[in-house]
Design a protein around this ligand. Structure first.
Ligand code: GLU
Length: 542
């Protein structure tokens, strides 16, 4: 193709590849340092799987003294949503994923639409070398070819004899250009579908697939690159060493490999991860943006899962040895865990909300009352005004409430997310609701009354835990309850019940629930006035 025609095809591509090569030289990093990236599209929805891949990529860069950056892939203008970039950057920082480069950095711009001239330079270069060509096929012509291929039961796509503009004459190109017909730039594939190629995937291992023979579009009619082209140019110029991405890109890998080859560029290491799955009945399916609220990163923040909990949960999904490591190293930070490609699961990791809740209860149980207070109030300010007001109203009191059964060998593990907090502490602020589970039960009213009356007589707010328990045990025995479960089990017919039945009555009246943290601590924090008032209510029952 003559220079004149190429100039007409690329009126804006006036620079040469050398200019960009010089602008983005190889990075000066120590041996083994990984350069990784997360490359989401600003569609307004951020999948939790994107955070998981980003977390992995970031950790790999950190572990090797490399670089991790964000690249916004906004070349599909139809899918772009305003404010979406904000969701991405907020999502990453919420989960403690820090980017070294974005929006500024030496290899920027990091938004693909701002790199338009770079892609055009390289597309022009390929056309000059005969590795790419303009294609003026109209949507109708492409549709006709597709229908014909279907009729012939042959593979769909723009390849071989279907690639009609492969050998388009300069004359035909000029004619279309003069008529203002929109065109795309396609690669001229030299591959054969009959030949197999193999790749080493850092996650999936050896993969065999047919060579690419599709003349894939590189530059669309709007002059922006396709994913395939931008991916290849960017990974090269941004000097990425390891590409981790969803395995929906695996079928296109042969296109990417051919393009890297056309430029004579070194391939990065690829790691393709399977999508997160969820159990449905006895089968598994992909965690779906449409069906599962937990597919969205925003869900976790709204529900009030601490970022650290989600991070631990994701680390667990990434490398299943995380769980054992955490058990052995309860006080180390997540960043001290070493992630690896080898431990990544080849098939989809199973997403289990019950597991997240367990992980989160553990994480919160390790926090101090101050940490719980700070995180809960930050969440409540956005999502639960009432909770925010109540706990901010008397911080020292809130801290004593939150300190119950914390900082001890077996801390309380009843809270998985901040949206559950009010349900767990409301009785320290408001009268507990009596009814349903909280009703003491008609047939027990008589005994309960007897229990409460006996308790009130001896109740002294100054009693330490030991004295309080001694008194309680003695009282239970006097009323015909076993002082411990062992005695009860030995001779159940001898007793009305156990000490547990006695404390249950007190719990129900004081906290509106049959299960609560340590009762002595609850009473101590509630204070004498509230304790007497709440227990007093039963004395009015007949
Ligand atoms: N923009 C692509 C996506 O959102 C990125 C895939 C990749 O990481 O290369 O699916």
């Amino acid at each position: 193709m003559t220079k004149e025609t190429i100039d007409l095809l690329f009126p804006d591509a006036t620079l040469t590849p050398e200019v960009w090569e010089a602008k983005y030289p190889p990075r000066q990093l120590p041996e083994g340092a990984m350069v990784t990236r997360v490359a989401p599209s600003p569609t307004g929805f951020m999948h939790i799987g994107t955070v998981m891949t980003a977390l992995f990529a970031e950790r790999m860069a950190r572990q090797t003294g490399g670089v991790f950056f964000l690249r916004v892939e906004d070349t599909d203008k139809k899918r772009e949503v305003k404010g979406a970039v904000n969701i991405i950057t907020k999502g990453l920082s919420y989960y403690g994923i820090t980017v070294d480069e974005y929006p500024d950095g030496p290899y920027g711009p990091y938004t693909q639409s701002e790199r338009k001239y770079i892609y055009l330079t390289y597309a022009r270069h390929l056309v000059e070398k005969g590795f790419a060509y303009p294609c003026f096929a109209t949507p109708e012509e492409l549709e006709k070819a597709r229908a014909e291929q279907e009729g012939l039961k042959t593979r769909p796509g723009y390849y071989g004899r279907w690639a009609t503009w492969r050998e388009g004459s300069e004359e035909a190109v000029h004619e279309r250009l003069n008529a203002g017909v929109p065109f795309v730039i396609r690669m001229r594939s030299a591959g054969s579908h009959e030949r197999k190629v193999s790749f080493d995937d850092a996650i999936k291992g050896k993969i065999m697939m047919p060579e690419n023979d599709i003349d894939a579009v590189l530059i669309k009619a709007d002059k922006l690159p396709t994913y395939h082209f931008a991916h290849v140019v960017d990974e090269h110029l941004m000097r990425v060493t390891h590409v981790t991405r969803g395995d929906e890109w695996l079928p296109s890998l042969s296109i990417h490999v051919e393009l890297f080859g056309m430029f004579g560029w070194e391939l990065p290491v690829f790691g393709h991860s399977a999508p997160i799955e969820k159990k449905e009945g006895s089968s598994r399916r992909k965690l779906s943006k449409r069906k599962d609220p937990e597919a969205s990163v925003e869900h976790y923040e709204k529900e009030g899962y601490p970022a650290q909990s989600v991070q631990e949960f994701l680390l667990n999904l990434l490398n299943s040895n995380f769980e054992d490591w955490r058990k052995e190293n309860p006080i180390l930070t997540n960043n001290e865990f070493k992630l690896s490609f080898e431990k990544m699961s080849v098939s989809g990791a199973l997403f289990d909300l019950a597991k997240l809740n367990d992980v989160s209860k553990e994480v919160i149980s390790r926090m101090s009352a101050e940490q719980v207070y700070d995180l809960a109030i930050a969440w409540a300010k956005e999502h639960d005004e009432h909770l925010a007001q109540v706990i901010a109203g008397d911080k020292p009191y809130a801290l004593t409430v939150l300190a119950i059964e914390r900082n001890q060998e077996k801390p309380r593990k009843d809270i998985a997310k901040w949206s559950e907090l009010w349900g767990e502490i409301s009785y320290f602020y408001e009268e507990p609701e009596m009814g349903g589970e909280t009703s003491v039960g008609a047939e027990h009213v008589k005994q309960s009354k007897e229990i409460v009356e006996a308790f009130i007589v001896e109740y002294d707010q100054q009693d330490d835990k030991e004295r309080w328990l001694d008194k309680l045990r003695a009282m239970a025995e006097r009323l015909g309850y076993a002082r411990d479960t062992k005695s009860y089990k030995a001779e159940p017919e001898k007793y009305k019940g156990t000490l547990g039945d006695v404390t249950k009555v007190l719990r129900l009246l004081l906290a509106g629930r049959a299960v609560s943290p340590d009762l002595w601590e609850v009473m101590r924090v509630l204070g004498e006035k509230k304790v007497r008032a709440r227990l007093g209510t039963i004395c009015d029952l007949d």
